[in-house]
Design a protein around this ligand. Structure first.
Ligand SMILES: Nc1nc2c(ncn2[C@@H]2O[C@H](COP(=O)(O)OP(=O)(O)OP(=O)(O)O)[C@@H](O)[C@H]2O)c(=O)[nH]1
Ligand SMILES: [Zn+2]
Length: 352
């Protein structure tokens, strides 16, 4: 049976801590519960690690495990099945506007989110702000990694701009191919700490992962092309690093759309929002209104104008996505209503 090894294991904190077990998980299960962490999610099965090592769980046998994500903790039954997915400390989610509000969980129980971007034309403050909003909205501590530092002589400029986006956010600038250059990052990793990498395709996430010790992540340079000629990381998986930390390599994200991220926005744009509190009018749009503290700060150089533009763009985008979502929901409700009516009239004809 797939879970024999894990099932036989007792809950030993020593083994589990190296897998990222924390008090938050311990509080959810009995002292002798059998647990395992999800290391990879495939279509038909998932790979888990417990105190006894690696195991595979067949998804059909375990009841599908809908919504299971890399980084999740599972409580296992004595019979070798899956009792439940433990409540997550946090989850990096992408909110997709489908027929129903769909939250795609990219990774769960993450301690540090490394937002990867490169020191070339890919570098965009707007994009970085979006990722920071996502991280803050998901309650994950963000860090910024600037790769391809070897391709520019403007590294300090890139790093300063990135650091200006969120007070205290760590910024690491590296040639991601160099084990020596990622040394400081590696030295900061702790046993059982879960890292996730996020960023556009091709910025060097897999290269960075390899440099910090993940075994053989496929990088663009050696990867086969898919049928549309793109290089992409498709399987989501977590890897134990030599430092004792765990690394989740997410697939490259083409376009990050934000919906319903007001909490993240309020953290990343705290500078603009705290100024806005001092505007004369409560509903100030920071345009031509008198007594606008935001405009004043822009005029005397305390706030870069682009911060206000970014905030306004994100708000507009959120409102637009919320509208799209609402009209999709309404359509789904209408279809459901028509369907119920149809069933009702059929039943009425049958005299039921
Ligand atoms: N010069 C230089 N090249 C780099 C650096 N980091 C990554 N590269 C190269 O950039 C290309 C893309 O790197 P990947 O690591 O595959 O990028 P990725 O972000 O994992 O891409 P996806 O899996 O598609 O999301 C590869 O050819 C790397 O060798 C760097 O710091 N300097
Ligand atoms: Zn104002």
């Amino acid at each position: 049976m797939a879970l024999a090894a894990t099932r036989a294991a007792q809950l030993t904190t020593t083994g589990l801590e190296s897998l990222g077990w924390t008090d938050a998980e311990a509080a959810q299960v009995a002292a002798h519960a059998h647990v395992a962490r999800v290391f990879a999610v495939h279509r038909s099965d998932i790979e888990v690690r417990g105190p006894q090592g690696l195991d595979r769980i067949d998804r059909a046998t375990a009841g599908g495990l809908d919504g299971v994500a890399v980084g999740d903790w599972l409580e296992l039954t004595d019979g070798g099945g899956v009792a439940r997915i433990l409540e997550r400390r946090n989850a990096i989610t992408r909110k997709a506007a489908g027929e129903h509000v769909h939250r795609q969980v990219l990774s769960a129980n993450v301690d540090r989110l490394l937002i990867v971007t490169s020191c070339n034309q890919e570098f965009s403050l707007r994009r970085l702000e979006r990722y920071l909003v996502l991280a803050c909205d998901c309650d994950v501590t963000p860090e910024i990694v600037l790769t391809k530092a070897d391709l520019t002589d403007q590294v300090a400029g890139y790093a300063d701009q990135a650091a200006s986006l969120l007070a205290g956010v760590p910024v690491h600038a590296v040639d991601a191919r160099s084990a020596e250059q990622v040394g400081a990052l590696v030295a900061s990793l702790r046993l059982g700490e879960t890292l996730a990498l996020i960023g556009s395709s091709g910025v060097g996430k897999s290269t960075l992962g390899n440099a910090i010790g993940a075994p053989n992540l496929e990088t663009g340079a050696i990867r086969k092309l898919d049928d549309k000629g793109r290089h992409t990381t498709t399987v989501r998986a977590m890897f134990p690093l030599p430092s004792g930390a765990l690394l989740i390599d997410n697939p490259g994200i083409r376009e990050l759309q934000l919906t319903d991220c007001e909490r993240g926005i309020s953290r990343v744009f705290a500078d603009v929002l705290s100024l806005a509190e001092r505007c004369q009018f409560q509903d100030c749009q920071h345009g031509a209104e008198p007594g606008c503290a935001v405009r004043e700060a822009i005029a005397d150089g305390r706030l870069p104008a682009r911060r206000l533009e970014s905030l306004q763009d994100l708000r507009t985008e959120q409102a637009r996505n919320a509208e799209i979502l609402e009209s999709k929901r309404q359509r789904a409700r209408d279809i459901g209503h028509k369907y119920r009516k149809l069933n009702w009239s059929k039943r009425a004809k049958r005299g039921q």
